[in-house]
Design a protein around this ligand. Structure first.
Ligand SMILES: [Zn+2]
Length: 136
């Protein structure tokens, strides 16, 4: 499988971490961990920034996270006009790392910095895969 199935809009068809999308199809959120130095990458990286090794293993994540910050987009970029306005979140993943995602079913006035959230895989109408954050 190629990387183009990830995200509402795919910017690249290929990636050294394309297996991330295969795991999404199985409903699994994953990161990579360097076998040499133990650094965890969420989102996944194919090469370790810390020790420059490429011996990485896949690690399944719980989906547990906390809200770091958020914003609501009213003037959307190309490709996202059909869902605007929408709320983007930046969440701290329990196991480590920080990712951007969408709020799913949470009105902006119910969001609080530091609140517990849960990431889950969502399949869009066209079959593409994303992950969203909802109340646990
Ligand atoms: Zn490393």
């Amino acid at each position: 499988m190629m990387f183009e199935k990830f995200g509402k809009i795919s910017y690249v068809p290929n990636s050294k971490v394309a297996k991330f999308v295969e795991y999404l199809e199985e409903g699994k959120l994953t990161g990579t961990k360097c076998r040499k130095c133990g650094t965890l990458y969420v989102p996944p990286k194919a090469d370790c920034v810390e020790c420059l090794d490429d011996d990485m293993e896949w690690v399944e994540l719980s989906g547990d996270c906390t809200l770091h910050t958020y914003t609501t987009i009213h003037a959307s970029p190309a490709g996202f006009e059909d869902i605007a306005p929408y709320t983007l979140l930046v969440v701290d993943v329990k196991e480590g790392g920080r990712v951007m995602t969408w709020a799913e079913g949470i009105p902006e006035d119910e969001l609080e910095i530091g609140m517990d959230l849960k990431l889950r895989v969502k399949t869009l109408d066209d079959g593409k895969l994303v992950y969203v954050a909802e109340k646990p």
